[in-house]
Ligand binder design. Structure first.
Ligand code: FES
Ligand code: FES
Length: 158
């Protein structure tokens, strides 16, 4: 058992967790931040993607204790005072989801991409999003949403 602080969406949380308990498990089961989804649990689907110090990170693959010094952002932390980010708005406007299970991971991955590259080409978008799986096959709309967010935000994606 380890005791540590996690810094999530601008707040600090004291955590007591098993040494090998994943960040995903702590987010969902200790803190009720259930916007981050459990998909494969093996680093293969991207449903659990969060930002760690700005980088898209699979929270199922990180022991929570290893994230103690990082700034973590989850889907719950994007909206500010009722305002969605350009990426969130673009996903809504393009209807870039069906069941929605992959959506928070997609949005977090897209947010990291647009922070690092304000005007990605389609090829760069596809490469960056390649590890995020949508079993509903909404890839064309996800691509359209990221294009839309890119031109709408000019870099203010998160
Ligand atoms: S649940 Fe983490 S990559 Fe699939
Ligand atoms: S919208 Fe259903 S998995 Fe992507």
């Amino acid at each position: 058992m380890s005791k540590f602080l996690l810094h999530i969406n601008g707040k600090s949380y004291p955590i007591e967790a098993q040494d090998d308990e994943s960040l995903l498990s702590v987010l969902r089961n200790h803190l009720s931040l259930t916007g981050t989804k459990y998909g494969c649990g093996e680093g293969q689907c991207g449903a659990c993607t969060v930002l760690m110090d700005g980088a898209a990170t699979r929270s199922c693959q990180i022991p929570a204790a290893a994230a103690a010094d990082a700034k973590i952002m989850t889907i719950e932390g994007l909206e500010q005072s009722g305002r969605l980010t350009p990426v969130q708005e673009a996903f809504l406007q393009e209807g870039a989801f069906q069941c929605g299970y992959c959506t928070s991971g997609m949005i977090m991955a897209a947010s990291a991409l647009l922070h690092d590259n304000h005007a990605p080409t389609d090829e760069q978008i596809v490469t960056a999003m390649n590890g995020n799986v949508c079993r509903c096959g909404t890839y064309p709309r996800i691509l359209a949403a990221i294009r839309r967010a890119s031109s709408a935000s000019a870099g203010g994606a998160r």
